[in-house]
Design a protein around this ligand. Sequence first.
Ligand code: AMP
Length: 184
Amino acid sequence: MGPPGSGKGTQAGDIGERHGVPAISTGDIFRANVDADTPLGHLAREYIEAGEYVPDSVTIDMLRDRVDQPDCEQGFVLDGYPRTIAQVGALDELLTSTRHELRAVLVLEVDRDELVDRLVRRAATEGRTDDSEDVIRRRLELYADETDPLLSEYDSRGVLVRLDGSGTRAEVAERVAEALAVRA
Ligand code: AMP
């Protein structure tokens, strides 16, 4: 977990490779559906472009379908899910029904100036439609209002690990690896 620009996608991909499990990014799945012009993409597009969250019912069903795929049997890394309290509850049910255990919730912490800086740079290189200034502001606000409060729930369960997400990809990867090693 972590705000937009904190490096979730990069680190989740690296963790997945290191552990031989899929990294599931709900944002990537939505974007792929938008690009492929599917009914799900049609629905998700307006939310993504406005920086709003896609409704829980849609997101939860989509994640369940993804986790039901055979490549998730040995485990998986989630990137950008859960983002709301309803998604936390749905994930608990999903993990119980698929007999998985939540090993750790990693949070990448990066100060606001660096986040905005990274997002502005990403806008220039990746051309994401939701990396404009107004939408970035809304996504940061929504993270603070809806998603940041979920951290105290995971903290009370003893699975939360807060990590310094500043610095290079390799520096952050090392902190992530250390955090996961003590939870193996
Ligand atoms: P991301 O690539 O994780 O920054 O996600 C991009 C956009 O996809 C978000 O701003 C939301 O509009 C949507 N999205 C991704 N994951 C979720 C989620 N778990 N719940 C609701 N909307 C999501």
